[in-house]
Design a protein around this ligand. Structure first.
Ligand code: PEP
Ligand code: MN
Length: 625
């Protein structure tokens, strides 16, 4: 049941309510919903709702109508984020777990781990105890396999996931791995569920081969009721009458689960389809449908794999899939981060070297702006975002060490480049260390309960008006009031608290300032993206850099630009952007801004840079990321 508490409840009243619930044998969770204190209580006995309702300080008691309680959204309205070392499952960044079905040898596991990490996987999977349909099939390397997994974590920094098949293995699992997996065949092995509940380590709970969503959630309830909330639900296909795939992947489970439970959802298209060619299409669909994570089987020699070879991707195919996910994720307000682990390491490093509080990122405007959203999408919640009034003040803050990172927009898919930042990149000696692409979704935001008919005045920055032109043309009587930033506009209408005032901005800003979205997605072209770059005075160490940015100028003679670009062509380097900007003080002379798909800081790139130096008057590497 959910107990909604009175606003002016005293500490003593609350303590008494908790003691009554504890004595009745309840599991008690305290939370806050829309500013009001709420207690969730789940117990075995038949508690008298009337009696609880009559306790001083209780406003009302709402029974939880579903059979699962602790996993239900009503017990915990916010999404649960499961933390595995530096990796968060759930939230804005997509988590990708990859690796072979089974650990077969040290060389096999390490080789696959190195490859999937390069392509952006953040957790490594591999079975050491394999529950096989046939007793004559490979059963796993057992403890030896777990030791190899621990070595993979040591070498690559990826947390490791493996299946537990018996409570007798709990101590071994505690020693060697980061996440335990309950396999589909064990979803209703209640002793095993209770065991992983007590272990407290994050759990991937696979859906049973022919289990309903309710049965699956009841299994998760077993784990939570033992005090372990770190459960990730894994849809891996269910048995149907369809023989063309190994199982049928139930992607509709994603929105169903998102409604019923607060637990994160991982999709395993490998066991679902059983066929290599079907894995990537279903993985892409899973991200589009709102999955928090993917679990993909990858093998370096699938033809000779000891289990599940036909469904395992070749590492290169996995890399291709990751590129697709990278592109799809921003469409559904998510992010795939190739340098997730390196960045987490860098942030932890800053914390240890400089002490807490130095891990700041400077961004433009107020909390709730798209720059702020880009910042949390890139860094998660590990870094504090510091608002700055101008782009130049962001560069200054990073230069002086006042902030370790800065985040600035470089280009918008509709409006083009933000030239001021290109000029600042040229002027300041800072490095680009990362990038993040954000889909800019504009919403009409007003007072809670305000109706579209009440609106007379809209506040927003002029580019937002431009991007919502078509929608605004349908409301010609509205007065358009230009302001500096979307979040500032929302703050203003919050302070004015007039139903006639509305603003344009992000859903996040509306929530932050307790305003309401009146109309969602009012931008004319939904393909509205802004690419932000992260700047720092110190490059993020190690890592996996796919892209580089540089600036150069050439002499003013025929073929000068061609000569420079030919170097990229000769080395089969793909350019993804080429733009010219006037050079200050030299009318009609230009700098060229280039983005290319290569790690220009790598040793192997140095001859290319030297060749480029010979063909240019000026060359500056802005960074590889
Ligand atoms: C596995 O992940 O390798 C596995 C055996 O999965 P499932 O339990 O879903 O069949
Ligand atoms: Mn498998």
């Amino acid at each position: 049941m959910i107990l909604v508490l009175e606003k002016d409840i005293t500490r003593e009243q609350k303590a008494y309510i908790r003691s009554v619930l504890f004595e009745a044998g309840c599991i008690v969770r305290e939370m806050s919903q829309e500013g009001q204190s709420v207690i969730g209580a789940v117990g075995k006995g038949n508690m008298d709702i009337e009696e609880i309702n009559a306790l001083a300080g209780v406003e009302k008691v709402v029974p939880i109508s579903t059979s699962f309680k602790l996993v239900s959204r009503s017990m915990h309205p916010e999404d649960t984020h499961v933390q595995v070392g530096d990796v968060t499952v759930g939230g804005e960044r997509i988590t990708v777990i990859a690796g072979p079905c089974a650990v077969e040898s040290r060389e096999q596991a390490l080789s696959i781990a190195r490859e999937v990490r390069t392509y952006g996987a953040v957790l490594f999977r591999g079975g050491a105890f394999k529950p096989r349909s046939s007793p004559y099939s490979f059963q796993g390397l057992e403890e030896e396999g777990l030791k190899i997994l621990a070595e993979v974590r040591e070498e690559t920094g990826m947390g490791v996931v493996t299946e537990i098949t018996s409570p007798a293995h709990a101590d071994m699992m505690m020693k060697y791995v980061d996440v335990v997996q309950i396999g589909a065949r064990n979803m209703q092995n209640f002793e095993l569920l209770k065991c992983v509940g007590r272990m407290g380590k994050p759990v991937v709970l696979k859906r049973g081969l022919s289990s309903t969503i309710e049965e699956w959630l009841m299994s998760a309830e077993y784990i939570l009721s033992e005090g372990n909330d770190n459960v990730i639900l894994c849809e891996r296909g269910i048995r149907t009458f369809e023989p063309y795939t190994r199982n049928t992947l139930d992607l509709s489970a994603i929105p169903v689960l998102k409604n019923l439970t607060h637990l994160p959802v991982v999709i395993d298209p490998s066991h679902a389809t059983g066929i290599r060619e079907k894995v990537s299409p279903m993985a892409r669909a899973a991200i589009a449908a709102g999955a928090d994570a993917l679990m993909i089987e990858v093998h370096n020699d699938p033809d000779n794999a000891l289990s599940d070879g036909p469904q395992s991707l070749y590492p290169k195919q996995f890399g291709q899939l990751m590129r697709d996910i990278y592109v799809i994720a921003p469409v559904v307000d998510r992010q795939l981060d190739y340098s997730y682990l390196d960045k987490a390491r860098a942030v932890n490093h800053i914390n240890t070297v400089n002490g807490k509080g130095k891990e700041k990122t400077a961004f433009l405007g107020d909390f709730g702006t798209f720059s702020h959203i880009a910042c949390s999408r890139y860094f998660g919640s590990k870094i504090s975002a510091v608002p700055k009034p101008s782009f130049r003040s962001i560069f200054e803050a990073v230069k002086t060490g006042d902030a370790y990172f800065g985040i600035v927009p470089l280009e918008n898919s509709l409006n083009g480049s933000i030239h001021e930042n290109y000029d600042l990149l040229l002027e300041y000696d800072l490095k680009i260390v990362g990038e993040v692409t954000l889909r800019i979704k504009h919403n009409l935001i007003g007072q809670p309960g305000a109706k579209i008919e009440d609106i007379q005045r809209i506040k927003a920055p002029p580019p937002a008006f431009d991007q919502c032109r078509q929608f605004l043309q349908g409301h010609e009587s509205w007065e358009l009031v230009p302001v500096n930033a979307t979040a500032a506009a929302i703050k203003m209408i919050n302070e004015d608290s007039a139903a006639a005032e509305a603003a344009i901005g992000s859903k996040e800003a509306a929530e932050l300032y307790k305003m309401e979205v009146i109309e969602e997605g009012i931008e004319t072209d939904p393909r509205n993206y802004t690419r932000f770059v992260v700047i720092s005075a110190n490059p993020i160490k190690r890592g996996n850099r796919k892209k580089s940015s540089l600036i150069f100028s050439t002499g003013n003679q025929p073929g000068a630009l061609f000569e420079a670009l030919k170097i990229f062509a000769d080395n089969t380097i793909n350019l993804v952007k080429l733009e010219s900007r006037p050079i200050h003080g030299k009318p009609w002379e230009y700098m060229f801004y280039v983005d290319l798909e290569a790690d220009a800081e790598a040793e192997s790139f140095q001859p290319i840079l030297s060749a480029l130096k010979e063909k240019t008057d000026y060359l500056k590497l802005l960074g590889s990321y």
